[in-house]
Design a protein around this ligand. Structure first.
Ligand SMILES: C[S@@+](CC[C@H](N)C(=O)[O-])C[C@H]1O[C@@H](n2cnc3c(N)ncnc32)[C@H](O)[C@@H]1O
Length: 310
């Protein structure tokens, strides 16, 4: 009883501090907040606004504003923050509490050990896609493979493979100019621009070459499922999320097109949505692909399909 009262009081203090921190911009008051106090107050504020992993979000944003590593915050818990340090944080905390993705506020995201620029021009890369890249790394036997990443977005798949396989020939395709621009900025940032070609195309339409590997994480949300998406996900571009009434339309189309663009025995790999595996596995079998199999993501969902052609 005593313990829960103490915890309750601390929560009340954190709540009051969080309102004070966010209000002080308007009231022009000094807050005299320490790093730890600020983290506790922001965590309470995020909890109130249903942000997942509230403490982690608070740490990331404060570290970003201070130009520190997250772990370094722990060395200065007692330091009082200056108003010039707090001011930019207020805006970020407010935007995060309204559902803007953390990665957009940080301008970057870590993916397969590399730091990528991340903004509203392309989808925020997901953890499942990192798993996909890890599978691909063990699947690719020939280091000089010719690879196309269809729907490259910010370029995370193509660029992670380019970094891992320096001799591979890699093409990154997207229908969105914005996504292609971001992917090219990421290539430059990772010092890989000479390693990748970029092409605007609707799936494989504008291509006339053949590949050892076609990999695609295409939009797979059905238009009528929009209401099931979180506030954060709705910040992704529409073209990165929605594929049509069923959700699997673009993947079906790619399954149709890919045999014309695969070298004999070439591999098609798809990242798919929840509950889409059965229909897509049938589509692969009907189209006479061979060695068809699926893999689960860490959450146990059938998420990746693999199939060879010819
Ligand atoms: C789900 S996002 C994946 C982005 C990135 N590959 C990743 O894993 O983070 C899908 C991408 O496919 C692109 N796209 C949508 N329709 C397309 C089409 N018909 N042809 C090529 N790309 C398309 C979108 O612009 C978007 O960048």
């Amino acid at each position: 009883m005593e313990k829960s009262l103490t915890v309750f009081r601390q929560l009340q203090v954190d709540q009051i501090n969080s309102e004070r921190f966010l209000d002080s911009a308007r009231n022009d008051k000094e807050t005299h907040m320490t790093v730890l106090g600020l983290l506790q107050a922001t965590t309470a504020y995020f909890k109130k606004h249903d942000i997942e992993s509230p403490r982690l979000n608070a740490e990331h944003l404060l570290a970003h504003v201070l130009g520190r590593k997250r772990i370094e915050l722990y060395l200065e818990f007692e330091r009082v923050l200056t108003e010039s340090e707090l001011a930019p944080l207020r805006d970020l905390v407010k935007r995060r509490s309204e559902g803007e993705p953390l990665q957009h506020l940080l301008d970057t995201v870590e993916f397969c050990g590399h730091v990528f620029l991340c903004d509203k021009r392309a989808m925020v890369p997901r953890q499942e896609t990192e798993e996909l890249v890890e599978f691909l790394k063990s699947e690719i036997q020939n280091p000089k493979s010719k690879i196309v990443d269809v729907g490259t977005g910010s370029g995370v798949i193509a660029l992670s493979l380019a970094a891992k396989f320096p001799e591979a020939e890699i093409l990154a395709v997207d229908i969105s100019d914005d996504a292609l621009a971001l992917a090219q900025e990421n290539a430059a940032r990772l010092d890989l621009p000479h390693r990748i070609r970029f092409l605007k195309s609707n799936l494989l339409e504008n291509l006339d070459e053949r590949f050892d590997l076609i990999v695609a994480n295409l939009p797979y949300v059905a238009t009528q499922d929009r209401h099931t998406l979180s506030r954060e996900v709705l910040h992704d571009p529409e073209v990165a999320l929605f594929a049509g009434a069923r959700g699997d339309e673009l993947m079906r189309e790619l399954i149709e097109q890919a045999p014309g663009r695969l070298r004999p025995g070439g591999l098609l790999v798809l990242e798919i949505g929840l509950g889409q595996s059965e229909a897509l596995l049938s589509a692969l079998a009907e189209k006479k692909y061979r060695d068809i199999y699926s893999k689960n993501d860490y959450a146990g969902v059938i998420r990746f399909l693999f199939a060879r052609y010819g």
